[in-house]
Design a protein around this ligand. Structure first.
Ligand code: SAH
Length: 390
């Protein structure tokens, strides 16, 4: 196995638990690095750190898979690791649906596996893990005997790794429009054409948090996708719910989801640009008891971070204006580069521009099946705030 020796200054950061090794952190390698191969990583003074996979043409040249020199990376490694992931989720009570593998947080860098009852969706986002796709699929078959496995590698980030974008069945073909249950409700999930892996499991705990504040309320949900929050709101007793999304197919599924739960009478979904509608309605003086905002990530790069800040400020300002005094704002951000304290600062500014005051009810993160590893900041990406708008 090839050997990678790090520069002196860098090794401590990696020893603390960061799994990525950037090209400029490498002093030298034993032989030239081959795309996708495994390598052992050492400090400048030749102490073993860990083993990982390599992509010499990516900025992140090595991603570590283990700190144990004896641990072989082979088919049984993936069975053991995925079993460990499953044990963890079961302990936390995520049985039917969960993010079974959350990449770096499960020490399986750039591997995502979502479990939707008997169906699995996988993403292999780096070359070195993509090579192990057959082993990963085999492990899923062995552990779960699933009804189906689907690959959602239609993700632009793969191109940075020299990988094509693709999607399709990794098992016998099946109908990819499946049904799942969440918090006692039924939802249609389209594994083939839905966004990301089809459904946003990271908000599954947060959806329960709206239970009390929506009782008898008029609720607005912007960026509603397939209506998961909105259907929860209706179920928890909202008088009326309006959901907005720019995607017509998402809106059709949202309507189907309301119907599946017998909640169509209280739910109304519209295809619309939420920025425009929020602006228009706030000017017209429309008001809601609860306003929920869950936009997509606004940026993935530091260069456009300021635009993302502006975007969050704008929609939250509108959201706050649309909330009746004593009502609630339920607002999320999944932009990795916006740190939690920055998100709160943006909200504080938005409230002050609107001449209103926020009282924080809860400020939380993604659900526990997406664990946060403190040494890897980007495992903490979701911010979820409920605040009373005075
Ligand atoms: N709340 C959802 C997830 C929302 S994901 C859930 O819990 O499942 C973000 C959504 O924002 C996507 O469905 C996307 O189609 C939508 N979106 C993106 N830009 C938009 C815009 N300008 N106006 C309305 N919706 C938009």
């Amino acid at each position: 196995m090839n050997k990678v020796f790090l520069k002196k200054r860098i090794s401590r950061r990696i020893e603390k638990g960061h799994l990525w090794i950037f090209g400029n952190e490498i002093d030298h390698t034993e032989t030239s690095l081959q795309p996708g191969e495994l390598a052992e990583v050492f400090t400048h003074d030749k102490k073993f750190i860990g083993k990982g996979y390599v992509n010499p043409s990516s900025q992140i040249v090595v991603r570590l898979l283990t700190y144990n020199r004896e641990e072989e990376i082979n088919d049984s490694f993936f069975i053991q690791r995925i079993l460990k992931c499953w044990e963890f989720r079961k302990k936390l009570g995520y049985i039917e649906n969960c993010r079974l593998v959350f990449g770096e947080a499960d020490m399986l860098p750039q591997l995502i596996v979502d479990k939707f009852n008997d169906y699995f969706v996988i993403q292999t986002l780096a070359l070195g893990i993509d090579r192990w796709k057959p082993a990963i699929v085999k492990a899923l078959h062995e552990i779960f005997a699933p009804k189906g496995i689907y690959e959602r590698n239609d993700v632009p980030v793969r191109e940075l790794e020299g990988l094509p974008q693709l999607k399709g069945f990794l098992s016998k073909p099946f109908n990819p429009r499946i049904l799942i249950h969440e918090n006692g409700l039924r939802f249609r999930v389209d594994l083939e054409n839905g966004q990301k892996t089809g459904y946003f499991l990271d908000q599954q705990d947060n959806r329960r948090r709206i239970c009390h504040i929506v009782k008898g309320a008029e609720v607005l949900g912007a960026f509603c996708y397939t209506g998961a929050f909105e259907v929860h709101a209706a179920y928890y007793g909202a008088r009326s719910v309006v959901g907005l999304d720019i995607s017509e197919t998402a809106i059709q599924t949202a309507r189907e989801n309301a119907a599946l739960n017998g909640l169509s009478a209280n739910c109304h979904f519209d295809t619309a640009n939420a920025f425009d509608v929020l602006k228009k309605w706030s000017k017209e003086g429309r008001r809601f008891d609860v306003v929920m905002l869950d936009p997509p990530a606004f940026t993935k790069s530091r260069e456009t971070l300021q635009n993302a800040v502006t975007g969050y400020k704008e929609i939250n300002l509108r959201g706050i204006k649309l909330t009746k005094p004593g009502g609630f704002l339920v607002t999320s951000s999944c932009t990795n580069l916006i740190r939690p304290e920055v998100f709160l600062e943006i909200l504080n500014k938005a409230a002050s521009d609107a001449g209103r005051r926020l009282r924080q009810v809860t400020f939380q993160s993604q659900s526990g099946d997406h664990p946060i590893v403190w040494s890897m900041e980007n495992t903490h990406y979701l911010k979820f705030l409920i605040a009373e708008v005075e």
